[in-house]
Design a protein around this ligand. Structure first.
Ligand code: TYD
Length: 214
């Protein structure tokens, strides 16, 4: 089974991913974890190019293709081998990020992103996608707080620096994806503390796991 986490900046998705991986491993599952962009040695080099705030001139198409370059490498090196061993895969972002950020917010459109997905990844899709939803202003405030005094986060701030309207379009993009594929993509209320949000996450993952086993 392949599970992905999605969300806008500072939505808390990476914390939820960590909590889920811990819970799954404690329950005896073998879990491969992927991060996008990133996830492999090559992917992390691509990530550095993508997120460097100095690269303000990057064209949307370049951005899209680099996201898929990182993803194709993660599929070959991490995701497909794990799924064929029968392990679980949990990914911090996947193609729904590209639909929301490059398709909706940058304006490239869903059709173009879906075509690029088919070219790079064929029919590979998560079985379950958890989209952690939080008002954009709240998430951005959290992300800025996290970035302060954190050299690593500051070197990856190109998207955090986009205007508020960009992030509102990302959130609207996620809602559109969830409406189009309500079975796979579940919006999770990201408000409250991480334990409360995790209860909502587990309430969706647990039944999906038993369904997948039967
Ligand atoms: P991430 O490491 O998840 O950052 P954060 O935890 O701050 O949300 O993702 C890095 C950035 O890359 C994030 O701003 C979203 C962006 N992104 C895209 O624009 N398209 C994509 O396909 C992916 C995977 C990420």
């Amino acid at each position: 089974m392949f599970i992905s986490f999605e969300g806008t900046e500072g939505s808390g998705k990476s914390t939820q991913l960590k909590l889920l991986v811990e819970r799954l491993r404690a329950s005896g599952y073998k879990v491969a974890v992927n991060q996008e962009p990133g996830g492999t040695v090559i992917g992390r080099e691509i990530r550095r190019v993508l997120l460097d705030p100095a690269h303000a001139e990057m064209a949307s198409m370049t951005e899209l293709l680099l996201m898929f370059a990182s993803r194709a490498q993660a599929a070959a090196e991490v995701i497909l081998p794990a799924l064929s061993r029968g392990d679980l895969v949990v990914s911090d972002r996947f193609t729904d990020s590209t639909l929301a950020y490059q398709g909706a917010a940058r304006g490239l459109g869903f059709d173009l992103v879906r075509n690029a997905h088919r070219l790079a990844l064929g029919s590979l899709q998560p079985d379950l996608t958890l989209c952690i939803d939080l008002p954009v202003e709240e998430g951005l405030a959290r992300a800025r707080h996290r970035n302060e005094g954190n050299q690593m986060a500051r070197s990856e701030a190109r998207f955090d620096q986009q205007c508020l309207d960009f992030h509102l379009r990302v959130r609207a993009g996620y809602r559109e994806i969830a409406e189009a594929e309500p079975e796979r993509v579940r919006i999770v209320d990201g408000s409250g503390n991480s334990a409360a949000v995790f209860e909502r996450v587990w309430a969706l993952v647990e039944p999906a796991l038993s369904e997948n086993r039967s």
